[in-house]
Design a protein. Sequence first.
Length: 252
Amino acid sequence: MSLMAAGPLRAADGTTAVQARLPLDYYLILAKPGADDPAAEVEGIVVEEFDRTADFSTVGLDSAGWTPSGDGWWSSAALSRSMRTDRELLARVVPTSRGAAERIYRQLGGGQLPPEAVLRTYFRDHQPIATAPPLRLGPAHPPTGFHERRVYRVLFAKDLREDQVASLRTLWHSRVDGAPRSPGSVVAGHLDQGGHQFAWDVRRVGRDVAWCLDVTVLLGDGPSTGVGSVLHELTQALRQRGLIPVTTERFF
């Protein structure tokens, strides 16, 4: 798992803590509900970026959209909300890569997709995400050899097919009947990196209406800047299999 730069982070008082950026998230909006094939008729493209605190919890979401029949790029917080809550629209949203978005943008007559620095200038309708103080779940103190224990939960909209779950098990070398994990987990993984330990699992939540990624982080002596990178890459693995991230919460 490769490390990436930390995203745009904010301190607790709202000031910017880190200026580095993670890549934007790209989505295709299909014209026909229920189609999962990116080759299907595309109605528009949406790019998004979560606004995060210094501990990587999300406090907001920025987005911009483009349609071939429109007049340039526009921003809509309402669309970002609907992409995660409206069943009809959810069926038409396909997470994609920048490379695929570039091809579609060109095919639809948009020309060269703007660089990400330019795309961010189209973020004009910010969507705040409510936050709360971290809950304490699990032991108060980390195991010997670590100085801090963190637990994160990333919530997702849409659903995973069994073949997509199997793909995650292959990616993370995990089996449902393998090592002990949380009840309800369908796939899990583990990583030692930068002097820290990361353990995660994926399960259904909310009466089986959503999915979540729970990540336990044990911080060692190395710098903690890589935590955001690992959380980002785990989240992207689920995006690549069709899920749409909603928020990242820190339990403690």
